[in-house]
Design a binder for this molecule. Structure first.
Ligand code: FMN
Length: 275
């Protein structure tokens, strides 16, 4: 089966599909020719769909993605730059959550949105693990505390030791300084040896975090859990990631208890402008 088909009645032979193809495997053999696939190049296709998505005439259909599964962009729904900037600046890490679970459909929607994040060579190998049960999240937090207790005598850095001690003390007093009593935890993982696996996971989780904020939810990266996930056997077992996979990030998630009213100041960016 051919990689793509061209509807010759719709194609205007403008060459946009060929120009936009990142693998440069679509060619117009001569001016005014219909686009064709370069010989023996099917394996170079990264299935990014750009050729079909850029064509304004709906003339090109990839065998892997029927046009019916590639919806038109609703330009009228896109927020203005000012709105996006406000969203990016106003998002905060949330450490106090309401005692309320997030509906399964909404959790699905978050992940369904995050899967549009870019991935190296469009590999799309980011995988998700969603903890829906708050009691299970609390059990994971207790394992992160166990890991901290284990690490304490092995950690040479005084500052880290102090931080860990204070978190352990907080846990012993009935608080959860690791997963903040969040009702949910979302873990991203991927095959560890895949190029850009970590970047893919982190970008996808950032997409999810921003969309979660837009939906009235709060998130906070779970750094300690992420560190422990790949080293602390009981936690690794509780997560049960597929063989060869690594946890590259995790966020706590839930409805925030408090609403922020201001945007805290951040450092001026350190930029080297090369002109
Ligand atoms: C990789 C990473 C790991 C983090 N781990 C934790 C964590 O374990 N616990 C926590 O309370 N906050 C954690 N945070 C949240 C940061 O402390 C927070 O992003 C930072 O203080 C800035 O606040 P803001 O996100 O509200 O702008 C983490 C953030 C990142 C990016």
């Amino acid at each position: 089966m051919s990689l793509f088909t061209i509807d010759q009645k719709k194609c205007k032979r403008d060459g946009m599909c060929a120009k936009e193809c990142p693998a440069q495997i679509i060619i117009l053999t001569e001016k005014d020719a219909f686009p064709t696939l370069m010989e023996n190049s099917e394996e170079s296709c990264i299935n990014c769909g750009h050729c079909a998505a850029v064509c304004p005439h709906g003339a090109l259909t990839l065998s892997t993605m029927p046009l019916a599964e590639c919806p038109s962009i609703k330009y009228d729904l896109l927020p203005e730059a000012g709105q996006i900037r406000q969203l990016l600046m106003a998002r905060r890490s949330i450490r106090f959550y309401k005692n309320r679970v997030v509906a399964h459909d909404l959790l699905e929607e978050l992940i369904d949105t995050a899967r549009y994040a870019p991935t190296g060579s469009n590999k799309q190998q980011v995988q998700w693990m969603v903890f829906e049960n708050p009691a299970e999240v609390n059990r994971l937090a207790s394992m992160v505390i166990d890991w901290a207790r284990f690490m304490l005598p092995l950690t040479p850095d005084e500052a880290i030791v102090e931080k860990m001690e204070s978190r352990i003390a907080a846990w012993d007093k009935g608080r959860d300084p690791m997963l903040r009593g969040a009702p949910h935890l979302i873990v991203v993982h991927s095959q560890a040896d895949l190029p850009f696996a970590e970047a893919d996971c982190v970008i996808a989780l950032s997409y999810l975090e921003l969309y979660a904020y837009a939906k009235g939810l709060g998130t906070c990266w779970a750094g300690y859990l992420t560190a422990a996930a790949n080293f602390h056997e009981p936690l690794a077992q509780a997560l049960g990631l597929p063989r060869g996979h690594k946890c590259f990030g995790a966020v706590m998630l839930g409805y925030p208890q408090y609403k922020y009213t201001r945007i805290p100041k951040r450092n001026a960016p350190v930029v080297t402008w090369r002109k």
